[in-house]
Ligand binder design. Structure first.
Ligand SMILES: [Zn+2]
Length: 253
């Protein structure tokens, strides 16, 4: 029974604990090539959140991990069966209700820990600050806490080497043999601005990839996943400690 995991703890503990930071893991339920489970993003973001909170709790940070929101924005995958799309406007509604609960609980710092590339919370945070001026809200994409380059040879962004390595560490029982995975080959935009990244749009997923993957998982190993996750968890844990120790109304120096 971990006091920093809301789903596991109890009213007695919650009543007696002055939590400083609430963390909301947010994933997605979507196809991940042929070899990984639909809830890959949820397993990953929960694993990172729970271990970073354990690390931070050891250093006296008062952080509470809320249950993961398991559906994300999948408007580019509507033609892939059972990709469980949640529209951005629905996400904002969920965030407003969540923020309302946190403010009533006296919590002043709120971290949205994102585990899915289609989720973007930046503008929603601006709107939350309009409705809840006393609540400091921020976003962390867990897969960007540590640069992937030194750890992985193929840097695709969906169901590729990084995610497969991570899942081989977190839930190897849910990963099919790599011989059954597609190669994650992905088409690029014809237009230069999109290729260079300064123009952006939404990818029509089934026009870009055959197996739903973007990035080749062939070189994935459990050891790569373990080392990458450990580095991520330590750095994110330190962030939770800093967030816990810094007053919401004194963020600048
Ligand atoms: Zn994923």
């Amino acid at each position: 029974m971990r006091p920093y995991i809301l789903a596991e703890t109890n009213w007695k503990t919650v009543k007696e604990t002055k939590y400083e930071v609430a963390v909301l893991p947010w994933g997605a339920t979507e196809a991940h090539n042929y070899h990984m489970p639909y809830a890959t993003d949820n397993y990953q973001v929960d694993f990172v959140a729970e271990h970073a909170a354990a690390y931070a709790w050891e250093k006296n940070a008062k952080v509470i991990i809320l249950p993961c929101i398991p559906f994300g924005v999948n408007t580019g995958q509507l033609d892939i069966s059972l990709c469980m799309n949640l529209n951005p406007s629905t996400q904002l509604a969920i965030l407003k209700d969540t923020a309302d609960v946190l403010v009533r609980a006296g919590i002043k710092k709120f971290v949205i820990l994102n585990g899915h590339g289609g989720n973007h919370f930046k503008q929603m945070i601006r709107e939350l600050s309009f409705h809840f001026p006393t609540l400091f809200c921020c976003n962390v994409n867990w897969f960007q806490v540590i640069k992937q380059e030194p750890y992985f040879s193929d840097l695709g962004d969906h169901a590729g080497e990084m995610e497969t390595s991570a899942m081989l560490h977190i839930r190897p029982d849910l990963v099919k043999p790599l011989s059954e995975a597609g190669d994650g080959a992905a088409k690029k935009y014809r237009i230069k601005g999109f290729q260079e990244g300064w123009a952006t749009s939404q990818r029509a997923w089934t026009k870009v990839t055959k197996d739903t993957g973007v990035g080749n998982p062939a070189e994935a190993t459990e050891d790569k996943g373990k080392r990458y996750l450990k580095a991520t968890i330590d750095k994110l844990g330190d962030f939770f400690v800093e967030m816990s120790n810094t007053p919401a109304d004194d963020m600048y120096q």
